[in-house]
Design a protein around this ligand. Sequence first.
Ligand code: COS
Length: 391
Amino acid sequence: MGLAANPDFTLFALPEEHQALREAVAQFADEKVAPRAADIDETGIFPRDVYDALVAADFHAIHIPEEFGGQGGDALAACLVIEELSRVCASTGLLPAVNKLGTLPLMIAADDDLLQRYLPQVASGEAMFSYALSEREAGSDAASMTTRAVADGDAWVLNGQKSWISNAGESTYYTVMAVTDPSAGPRGISAFVVHADDEGFALGTPERKLGIHGSPTREILFDNCRIPANRIVGEPGTGFKTAMSTLDHTRITIGAQALGIAQGALNVATAYAKDRQQFGKSISSFQAIQFMLADMAMKIEAARQLVYAAAAKSERGDADLTFFGAAAKCFASDVAMEVTTDAVQVLGGAGYTRDWPVERYMRDAKITQIYEGTNQVQRIVMAKQLLSRMN
Ligand code: COS
């Protein structure tokens, strides 16, 4: 049967180059990012210095193919970078994740001209790229968006607004989904590249958020924003499909971010439990604490297997990617919320203060259950896949 054909037992191990990447990013995160994390959270100022360090280390957009000056990192490599950065600072982990989210619609649907124009700038770190799908009244129901793009001679003219845009104000470029044919539903939506300096483009005020304070989130506004016709991504009417298939891939990176946040919280809770003395002994000697730590670690390991398996499916473009992308994001982010809440509990009163990072991990974990589709939407996506397979 050939079952002995893998005698070195590498079946579930990371390939050597991925293991080396993980170690390199982990060292970078511990040395360059961890010392800045509390301050980034406290001030809410975009960490330009950390972004520059990411660029110098080539960890800011590892997914860009080599032919466009990038590292050509696969989906698992992107996840490892995001996971290890998020282990110390979720806002920093979001930088490579948002760059991937912003550029993937182009990599899926754009012609070579558009790819040549934009991807090298992201690879070099000169520009960052955001993704703009949601609107104030079109969040989970993304297809009900009302931002309009109307053809006018050799241009498109955009009017409307997009909400909760990660990295807005820092990104140079935005992939914007807009309605080009209001009579065609999701098939009347198209994707465009908008530049931060396009006339008629403006930024809303920064959102005041529970967590990820170092990642700016703002509305972007279009008031007769005129862009050249050749900035459409793919054919007119394909924007919604492109946006959805992008999310199939990038939801896995949010799973990776959640995984990193959860691992960071577990590490702090474990070290604290060993150190903290009560009733004359280390609280780690109490079974109540041991069981909490064991459950946290068990859930993280299960989430890790699912995220990595989904990343492999993303790389191969497997037919069940839509299910796995939703499942990885949903499961890992629910785990992150549970684990970080328990980490605060293990630290007790100390955990509730900003002297320790676990309350930050808990606040940062919450967004992973919400963005790139709420976990309720992920369950809709999974159920649809499941039920359609039975037909
Ligand atoms: N890949 C490719 N195409 C997809 C797709 C996917 N994963 N999912 C849906 N589509 C296509 C469908 O095939 C359909 O196209 P056709 O009419 O040509 O067949 C079209 O998109 C509409 O699909 P559907 O009817 O399923 O869309 P709904 O309006 O019912 O929306 C959900 C489905 C709720 C799943 C979708 O709106 C969604 O994901 N919402 C959350 C959005 C989100 O994640 N926002 C966060 C923004 S990033 S922070």
